[in-house]
Ligand binder design. Structure first.
Ligand SMILES: Nc1ncnc2c1ncn2[C@@H]1O[C@H](COP(=O)(O)OP(=O)(O)OP(=O)(O)O)[C@@H](O)[C@H]1O
Ligand SMILES: [Mg+2]
Length: 483
């Protein structure tokens, strides 16, 4: 069985041959290169899951190998072999994207352990990718991506009611996807051949909104030079999307109530009663029930609008969607621009996952779009690209005031240097990130994660406790027996 493809680059023949033999014996497909330049050549010709490279070599050194791999084949992981004492270079290699390092002298068992771990992770990633393609298909509807249970329920509800004429009230914070849901309702309704007309009720003052919605007769008010049909008429046989319905004035509320009850209205300044066949979808960031309690919104209108209520959860309450949607944006942006799909670095994924996203999916979309634009040369997106800066504490720069992505980095005070100065700290940081990622990839199954990590469940629990790793949404470190 082929467990994975590996390229070994080392100029010490004895060391190289020992590694090739040990890894071939346990089922890896291994190629070798006897110096850095030959290694670079081999990298051009074939895809490797893993590259094991010595750091100090004539020609191209290990750092160059790491950089080439990360630039040209970010899916390939790199383990660097460091001589005892070359701490600085090892740290540099890790910062450059090496996955792990082994210090000489090491036993073949030690090497195998490290290689098995990396390849298990690579395997998991491949599986995840295939799964994700399948999931993407399964967990999307009209470009709305989400695998969170509450989001699935929202989408199921939307699918169900789309074909009816029921009025839908979509409630959620800014940027959660309310308009996208309104589009989906219309596009899946029998009305899709007709117009979907949108009005932002918050954008217009009362009198203008009234005229906008219901139209006006010639001379109805100063400046009404000719008769104009309103949005209700324009949406006849189609769907009318009233955004920010919570901001509508009492006068317009009365008129809306009448249209909903009788399907009739008059243009501003007119007597002719106009009948329309319109399906209404409304959205609001406000809690309409509270507005009713405060006397700001008519109760009778609220009940007319709230026939099918849809609550869209904020992104911070559906964290499993953050990276899923981010990957979706990366793919769609790449396809749109005919470019290679960029990947988020491990740290960037962690940072995104932890961020609270007050601007919800819109903020995530803008962040990803900006990061893609900033990483034209590289196929990997780093934390500093998310920050929109060339430097942030994650690459030794200063924290950017107000930047939610880099400001929570421990040790980012003072000089702003990330806590990667010593090898011990670098190892810890790496270990913490790696454990977090594996837990995330295994859906927080401590049993599976501990197997992949080569730890006992108790060992994993202790590490989680030490690094303060908790499952997002869980208050404390899970108990050892928790699954
Ligand atoms: N689940 C999702 N999958 C993919 N894209 C999404 C999703 N949710 C939102 N988006 C995208 O995020 C952006 C914001 O969504 P949208 O405009 O629908 O939000 P909204 O709730 O109407 O915001 P606002 O209240 O500020 O008007 C859009 O570009 C939309 O395509
Ligand atoms: Mg909107």
């Amino acid at each position: 069985m082929n467990k994975g493809s590996i390229l070994i680059i080392d100029d010490e023949p004895l060391m190289r041959v020992s590694m090739v033999d040990a890894l071939t014996a346990v089922g890896y497909e291994v190629r070798e290169a006897s110096n850095g330049l030959e290694g670079l050549e081999r990298l051009q010709g074939m895809f490797y899951d893993l590259v094991i490279t010595d750091l100090r070599m004539p020609g191209a050194d290990g750092l160059k190998i790491v950089k080439t791999c990360k630039d040209h084949s970010p899916q390939t992981e790199v383990i660097v072999i460091t001589a005892h004492g070359s701490v600085d270079t090892a740290v540099e290699a890790m910062k450059g994207g090496a996955y792990d390092f082994i210090t000489k002298p090491f036993s073949m068992d030690e090497l195998l352990l490290s290689v098995d771990r990396v390849c298990a992770m690579v395997d998991l990633r491949k599986e995840n990718r295939i799964l994700r393609d399948e999931l993407e298909h399964k967990f999307s509807f009209q470009g709305i991506v989400g695998k969170n249970n509450r989001m699935r329920e929202v989408l199921e509800k939307i699918k169900l009611v789309a074909s009816t004429d029921a009025t839908v009230l979509i409630m959620g914070e800014s940027g959660t996807g309310k308009e996208l849901l309104a589009n989906a309702i219309h596009m899946n309704s029998p009305r899709r051949q007709h117009s979907l007309v949108k009005v932002s009720c918050a954008a217009l003052p009362e009198t203008l909104l009234e005229a906008e919605l219901f139209g006006h007769e010639k001379g109805a008010f100063t400046g009404a030079l000719r008769q104009r049909r309103g949005r209700f008429e324009l949406a006849n046989q189609g769907t009318l999307f009233l955004d920010e319905i919570g901001d509508v004035s009492p006068v317009v509320q009365v008129k809306l109530l009448r249209v909903l009850q009788e399907r009739q209205f008059e243009r501003v300044g007119g007597n002719e009663t106009i009948e329309v066949d319109v399906r209404l979808v409304c959205a609001t960031q406000k809690d309409l029930r509270k507005e009713v309690e405060k006397g700001q919104f008519r109760e009778d209108l609220f009940y007319r609008l709230n026939v099918v209520p849809v609550h869209v959860p904020p992104l911070r309450e559906r964290r499993e969607d953050i990276l899923f949607i981010a990957d979706h944006f990366l793919e769609t942006m790449a396809v749109r621009n005919h470019l290679e799909i960029k990947q988020l670095s491990r740290q960037a994924r962690e940072v995104l996952f932890r961020y609270s996203f007050p601007g919800n999916v819109r903020e995530l979309e803008n962040t990803v779009e900006r990061a893609v634009a900033l990483t034209q040369q590289s196929s990997e997106i780093h934390v500093w690209d998310l920050c929109g800066q060339s430097r942030c504490p994650y690459n030794g720069g200063e924290p950017q005031p107000g930047c939610g992505f880099c400001s929570d980095l421990k040790g980012s005070k003072g000089t702003g240097r990330a806590s990667m100065e010593t090898l011990a700290l670098a190892r810890e940081q790496f270990e913490k990130n790696h454990i977090f990622e594996i837990l995330q990839r295994t859906g927080w199954s401590r049993t599976t994660a501990s197997k992949i990590l080569g730890l006992s469940r108790k060992g994993l629990w202790e590490k989680c406790k030490r690094y303060g790793i908790t499952r997002p949404g869980e208050a404390g470190v899970a108990r050892e027996e928790d699954e």
